[in-house]
Design a protein around this ligand. Structure first.
Ligand SMILES: [Zn+2]
Length: 351
C-alpha cells in the first residue's frame, strides 16, 4: 500500500520513517526534483503525519484526530504553507517576516516561533523555494540555524543549483526522481483524462512528471508535439512558422498568463527533448524509443543536423525555459527563441 496515498517515492518514505522512529526528524528539509513529481503533495502529507496526535505504526497519520481533520481541511494552525504569488518573480519578504508595519509580528519566521496550537509540532512548507530572494534567504537564516524545538521546515524546489548556498547548506536535501510510467498512467486514469492510448503516450513522454503528463494527454498537444518536431527537423528552420505554432498552442490554453505559461514551458521542454535526442543520435547513433521523436530526429540528421548544432540549440532553449520562470513577456520570448534557433548567436536575449 502506498504511504499516505503517495506512489513512487517508497525509498524516501522509508528513509523518513526510519529517521522518525529514531527521533531524528531534521529541522529543515530541502525537497529537490522536477516539477510535477509529487514533492508538494509529499510535503503536505508529511506535515499531516508529523502533526498527527496518534500516529500509526508505519509512520502514517491516523486520519481521525483533531490535527488530521484540520490538516485535511488545510486549516491547520500549526501547518504553514508559503508559496510565490503567481504575478511575482520571488516570494515577497512579507511572507517571511510580515509587512513593514508588522515586522516580526507576522510571517512564517514569526509564526514558527509560536507554540503549537494542537499537537507537539509545527511544520512550515515553503513551495517555490527556487523563488526565494537573497533578502528572503537572509530572513530565513536564523530559523534555519536555530530551528525552534519540534518545528520542521520543508522547502520545495526544482534544482539544487537554483538554491542559494546559505539555504542549501542548512537543509537536509531529499531528491525526488521521476514517477514510474505506470504510476503516471494510473493517475491520469483516476483523473479521467484522455483515452487509454493518449494516456499511455503521455506517460511515456512525461519523463516521470505528472504535471507534464497532464499537459501531454491533451489531443491538441499531441498534435502540436508532432508538428513542432517536424519543424525542428526541417533545414533551414522556419522560425516564423514555428513561432506561430507555439503561440497558437499557448493561446489556446486561455487568456491568463497562468494558463499560458505552462504551455510555453512545455513547448520549450519538447524542443529540449528533440535536441537531446538529436545530440544523442548524432554523437552516439542511439535512437529514441519514441517513434514520433525518433522519426523526426532521423530526418533532422539526414538534413545535415550536427551534434554541435543540437548542443547550441539545447543551450538556448534551456535559457528560454529559465526566462519563462522569470516572468518574461511570453510573446517576446517566443520570438527571441525562434530567432536564435534560426540564426544562432551568443545569448538568447542579446542582439
Ligand atoms: Zn491524526
Amino acid at each position: 500500500m502506498a504511504w499516505e496515498g503517495i506512489e513512487g517515492h517508497d525509498e524516501i518514505v522509508a528513509g523518513m520513517a526510519r529517521a522518525a522512529s529514531r527521533g531524528r526528524v531534521a529541522g529543515a528539509y530541502l525537497f529537490i526534483g522536477e516539477e510535477g513529481v509529487g514533492k508538494s503533495t509529499f510535503a503536505r502529507r508529511l506535515a499531516r503525519v508529523l502533526t498527527c496526535e496518534s500516529q500509526g505504526d508505519n509512520f502514517t497519520a491516523c486520519g481521525r484526530c483533531r490535527s488530521c481533520v484540520q490538516a485535511d481541511a488545510e486549516s491547520h494552525p500549526d501547518i504553514d504553507v508559503v508559496a510565490k504569488p503567481e504575478e511575482r518573480a520571488t516570494i515577497p519578504l512579507d511572507a517571511f517576516i510580515g509587512s513593514p508595519e508588522h515586522r516580526m509580528r507576522e510571517g512564517l519566521c514569526w509564526r514558527i516561533l509560536l507554540r503549537p496550537a494542537i499537537g507537539q509540532r509545527k511544520v512550515a512548507i515553503i513551495l517555490d523555494a527556487d523563488a526565494i530572494s537573497e533578502e528572503g534567504a537572509n530572513c530565513l537564516l536564523k530559523t534555519l540555524e536555530e530551528p525552534p524545538d519540534a518545528s520542521v521546515l520543508i522547502l520545495v524546489g526544482t534544482a539544487l543549483e537554483r538554491q542559494l548556498p546559505t539555504i542549501r547548506s542548512r537543509c537536509k536535501v531529499i531528491r525526488f526522481g521521476g514517477l514510474p510510467r505506470n504510476v503516471v498512467e494510473q493517475v491520469l486514469t483516476a483523473e479521467g483524462l484522455g483515452d487509454p492510448e493518449s494516456r499511455q503516450q503521455a506517460a511515456a513522454a512525461s519523463a516521470g512528471s505528472l504535471a507534464r503528463a497532464r499537459l501531454l494527454v491533451d489531443a491538441d498537444v499531441v498534435t502540436f508535439r508532432r508538428t513542432l518536431f517536424g519543424l525542428l527537423a526541417a533545414r533551414p528552420f522556419r522560425g516564423v512558422e514555428a513561432g506561430r505554432e507555439v503561440m497558437a498552442i499557448m493561446e489556446a490554453a486561455g487568456k491568463e498568463a497562468a494558463r499560458r505559461r505552462p504551455r510555453l514551458k512545455l513547448s520549450f521542454e519538447l524542443a529540449i527533448e528533440f535536441f537531446r535526442a538529436g545530440l544523442r543520435l548524432a554523437a552516439t547513433g542511439i535512437e529514441s524509443s519514441d517513434r514520433v521523436l525518433a522519426g523526426a530526429v532521423a530526418s533532422w540528421l539526414a538534413a545535415g543536423g550536427t551534434a554541435a548544432q543540437a548542443d547550441r540549440h539545447l543551450h538556448h532553449t534551456l535559457e528560454a525555459i529559465e526566462a519563462v520562470d522569470r516572468n518574461a513577456n511570453l510573446g517576446m520570448l517566443v520570438d527571441a527563441w525562434t530567432a536564435v534557433i534560426e540564426q544562432p548567436r551568443q545569448g538568447l536575449l542579446s542582439s
